[in-house]
Design a binder for this molecule. Structure first.
Ligand SMILES: O=C(CO)[C@H](O)[C@H](O)COP(=O)(O)O
Length: 210
């Protein structure tokens, strides 16, 4: 099982500071959607240049022009790029084809997918590398999480790795781990803590113990 740190509410210098503090305890650094909106793909480029040993995920949440946008994220150094599960099959196909060409990976984010079981099967067949269940900030505000959704994709996905994101904290991590995703994504559960390093180290211990 791998651990991904999501950086959402920082600028580039702030992102570098957090990675310096907790980079040793995580496998993947996510440059979150708000960071890409504020800083552009330069954020991906600078983090990859400074921390080449870490995998970098660009959370572009692509909805159209999958091939082109994956190409741009790859040029910036992203190892993994996100595409939305609600997007057209052609978008996902284009993203997967471009990622294969560039030696990168595609994570499909299932946020707001209504028929999760059917769409997860379809996306698995389209060749996604990761399928991620996700309670976004707006869902979290209504008290929702994706724990039940993880069980659904674990049941139907045969090829892709499974991932979960959205409001995961140290206290809820054991429940997530029990459901056995391949990848756990944590943002505020690390970045919002006073001692980020201690929390990340504890999370790594739990994640690597299985
Ligand atoms: O993609 C995101 C929001 O759309 C976040 O990166 C993801 O939800 C993880 O952050 P947190 O653990 O703070 O919810």
């Amino acid at each position: 099982m791998e651990l991904q740190l999501a950086l959402d509410l920082v600028d580039i210098p702030g992102a570098k500071e957090v990675v310096r503090e907790v980079g040793a305890y995580v496998d993947i650094i996510e440059i979150g959607t708000p960071v890409v909106i504020n800083e552009g793909l330069r954020a991906v480029k600078e983090i990859k240049a400074q921390f080449p040993h870490l995998k970098v995920l660009a959370d572009l949440k692509i909805m159209d022009a999958g091939g082109y946008e994956v190409m741009k994220a790859s040029e910036a150094g992203a190892d993994i790029v996100t595409v939305l599960g609600v997007s057209d099959d052609a978008t996902i196909r284009g993203a997967v084809a471009e990622a294969r060409k560039q030696g990168r990976k595609i994570m499909v984010d299932m946020i707001n997918v209504k028929d999760l079981e059917t769409r997860a099967r379809e996306i698995d067949a389209l060749g996604a590398d990761y399928i991620c269940v996700h309670s976004g900030y707006d869902h979290q505000a209504s008290g929702l999480n994706s724990f039940a959704d993880l069980a659904v994709i674990k049941r139907v996905v045969k090829q892709a790795k499974t991932a979960i994101a959205g409001g995961i904290k140290l206290e809820t991590l054991p429940e997530v781990i029990q459901a056995a995703p391949d990848l756990v994504i944590v943002g505020g559960g690390i970045t919002g803590q006073a001692d980020k390093q201690a929390v990340a180290a504890e999370m790594q211990k739990l994640v690597k113990a299985v």
